[in-house]
Design a protein around this ligand. Structure first.
Ligand SMILES: O=C[C@H](O)[C@@H](O)CC(=O)C(=O)O
Ligand SMILES: [Zn+2]
Length: 276
């Protein structure tokens, strides 16, 4: 498991392209037959990709987190961004189609991930945070969430947001998670932009054309920087940083947050005249 340290905004100001990418960009999450995990000191979250091939892959504890099993002191939100697959939690099977979400709480011991077919591998994106109590396992299918329309075609940000793990949905200790889909011709997400000092956030961009690129913006509102990203890459947003982006075509992104406040709407809006 790779470690990413927290950074101070004063440090981020001084970073060039390579340094920015080294600290905030997660370039490769989905590799056939592998599990990739990134431990971020931002709210002690773990971001990961699990891509089972012919054999199931287990999500396990490690010396790094001094845990006999992964969920010994944690909870996890899982979204399948690939082909059909399943997760077996302590012997109980949960089938997951593309964009379906599963929450597994504190204390569950064995998590096994597998793909239904080796010609269309499941890609499980995971987002985990420390947990203090057990909430029940819950699953929600993408097709069962109606979603809310945000933005407009005129401002190139016509999109549908689906909240999955949140106060009025699947219950959790800290994790808030969902997905936003940009409609054809819309390219801007999360603009007007915001910060939330109370929690970090990670974005995973998906369904972005191989030849398209995402220009993801970060940094303090008065010191913005950008990262050029490809499909299926993730980016870590410290609590003090804006997080929004504009791509060369439409896409979907999975957003996930953890911290001391789970209220989705608790955001500090940044006005256009504040951004530099
Ligand atoms: O804090 C919340 C997050 O940044 C996202 O949920 C924003 C988002 O999905 C969108 O504007 O489309
Ligand atoms: Zn946010």
């Amino acid at each position: 498991m790779e470690t990413r340290y927290s950074t101070h905004p004063e440090h981020t100001k001084t970073m060039g392209t390579d340094e920015l990418r080294k600290h905030y960009l997660v370039e490769e999450l989905f590799v056939a037959g592998e599990i990739k995990l990134v431990y971020s000191m931002e709210d002690r979250t773990i971001i990961g990709g699990i891509t089972p091939d012919s054999a199931p892959i287990a999500l396990e504890g490690s010396d790094q987190i001094k845990a006999d099993y992964f969920l010994e002191r944690r909870e996890v939100g899982i979204i399948n961004v690939g082909g059909n697959g399943k997760v077996v939690v302590d012997g109980e099977e949960y089938k997951m189609e593309n964009k379906d979400c599963l929450y597994v709480g504190l204390g569950k011991k064995e998590l096994l991930f597998s793909s239904e077919s080796t010609s269309d591998l499941a890609k499980f994106y995971i987002f985990s945070a420390p947990a203090h109590k057990e909430y029940p396992i819950q699953q929600v299918s993408f097709k069962d969430i109606e979603g809310n329309r945000l933005g407009s075609q005129e401002s190139a940000n016509d999109r549908v947001i689906r909240r999955m793990i949140h106060n009025d949905g699947i219950q959790s200790c800290q994790v808030v998670m969902g997905m936003t889909q940009l409609n054809n011709g819309s390219v801007w997400n999360s603009m007007p932009t915001h910060t939330h000092d109370r929690r970090m956030e990670a974005y995973l961009y998906i369904d972005l054309d191989e030849n398209a690129r995402m220009f993801h913006f970060m940094g303090e509102p008065t010191e913005t920087r950008h990262l050029v990203m490809k499909n299926e890459q993730a980016v870590i947003s410290p609590p003090w940083s804006i997080h929004c982006g504009c791509a060369t075509s439409n896409y979907t992104f999975v957003w996930a947050m953890a911290g001391e406040n789970k209220t989705y709407t608790d955001m500090d809006q940044v006005t256009m005249d504040q951004i530099k």
